[in-house]
Design a binder for this molecule. Structure first.
Ligand code: KG4
Ligand code: ZN
Length: 340
């Protein structure tokens, strides 16, 4: 998308992706470089904060350099720096925030602190135009939440997971099934071969009937299924799980069912006609299929960012940073990284 306006450098380092991007006017992406640490965390089947912080330190400057080079711009051309300031792993966030402050100070340009979850919702605006208010479903490794989006910079929380995030549930169940990290794509691959109705795993419903999420019960149900109701037994090795594909398919279906039903309930309750789905789990093919089917039935419009903008990236940070800058919501050099 072409747009005029200031050139913003976005920096993202909240979890296990080191990313930098140059975006003009909030939507014209000149470059978006993402360095994934997944191979470094894979042996541990989850993100190790200590490894993440050190890896960001090594990659942050090369990633920024690459983003400048791919965008064919110089450091002198940047008009503002936007950085993820919260929420995330504190040792990871600090690396991006320190780099952003140094650049803003050295160049004498504005610094903008961006909320990671709000940026995920913004990602849809990089490629689509839609009317506000909209409903945003953010589904990632660290977050599962519904927000009412009144403008790109004004989000109001409607529901949040009571325990695990959807991506976290994918990663934990993948680990139980002996699959690699990140677990979402691995489960999806296996699920295609299985029967989605083979095992009746639980779907979350809040007691008060309000929209909400919880995935720990689902995760425990998978654990009990694998251990044969004896929680003290160790989880069998993958080759001793005869119905592995059915477990993957039935788990994925239960999780997707919960996401879709709770999102539809919130859209009805809030009378919102546009739904934006973002975050790493928004890459999930079954979720896309089921959300599209539900939206046709209900007459909603549902939008997904393309996969590169679903998972962690810095274009969404620079894009939202542009709007915050326009509203005068800049930060001082005392900008603090916050885990929550
Ligand atoms: O947004 P993201 O890249 O990082 C966080 O902010 O957490 O999301 C990563 C999460 C991981 O838990 C990963 O397993 C999940 O997104 N994920 C998927 C798929 N691709 C990534 N989950 C389900 N299906 C997928 N295709
Ligand atoms: Zn994220």
């Amino acid at each position: 998308m072409r747009s005029a306006g200031p050139l913003v450098l976005g920096i993202e380092s909240s979890c296990d992706e080191t990313a930098a991007s140059l975006v003009r006017g909030g939507t014209e992406v000149l470059s978006s470089v993402v360095h994934s640490q997944a191979p470094e965390h894979a042996p541990f089947r989850g993100v190790v904060p200590e490894i993440a912080g050190r890896s960001h330190l090594r990659r942050i400057l090369p990633v920024i350099d690459q983003a400048l080079e791919e965008a064919r711009v110089e450091l002198e051309d940047i008009e503002a720096v936007a950085v993820t300031a919260r929420p995330g792993l504190i040792g990871s966030l600090l690396v991006g925030v320190a780099a952003a402050k140094a650049l803003a100070w050295a160049r004498g340009i504005p610094l903008v602190g961006v909320h990671h979850i709000e940026a995920h919702a913004y990602a849809a605006l990089l490629e689509h135009e839609f009317d506000f208010p909209a409903l945003a479903l953010i589904v990632s490794g660290g977050h599962t939440a519904l927000h009412r989006m009144d403008t790109p910079t004004q989000l109001h929380p409607l529901a949040e997971t009571r325990d695990d995030a959807a991506g976290e549930a994918f990663d934990k169940v993948a680990s139980l099934l002996g699959l690699g990290y990140p677990g979402g794509p691995e489960i999806s691959r296996l699920a295609r071969e299985g029967r989605r109705d083979a095992i009746p795993f639980p779907r979350y419903r809040a007691k008060d009937g309000r929209p909400g999420f919880s995935f720990s019960g689902l995760k425990t149900a998978v654990l009990y299924h694998l251990r044969g109701q004896d929680a003290l037994r160790p989880t069998p090795p993958p080759e001793r799980i005869p119905d592995r594909v059915d477990v993957a398919a039935s788990f994925e279906e239960a999780l997707v069912d919960t996401l879709v039903s709770q999102t539809v309930a919130a859209a009805r309750e809030e009378e919102l006609r546009t739904i934006v789905v973002a975050g790493g789990v928004a890459c999930n093919a079954r979720l896309r299929e089921r959300m599209l089917a539900a939206s046709r039935e209900e007459g909603f419009r549902v939008l997904f960012p393309s996969p590169h903008y679903c998972s962690d990236n810095a274009a969404m940070i620079a894009g939202l940073g542009f709007h915050l800058l326009r509203e005068g919501r800049t930060a001082g050099l005392d900008l603090d990284a916050q885990a929550r």
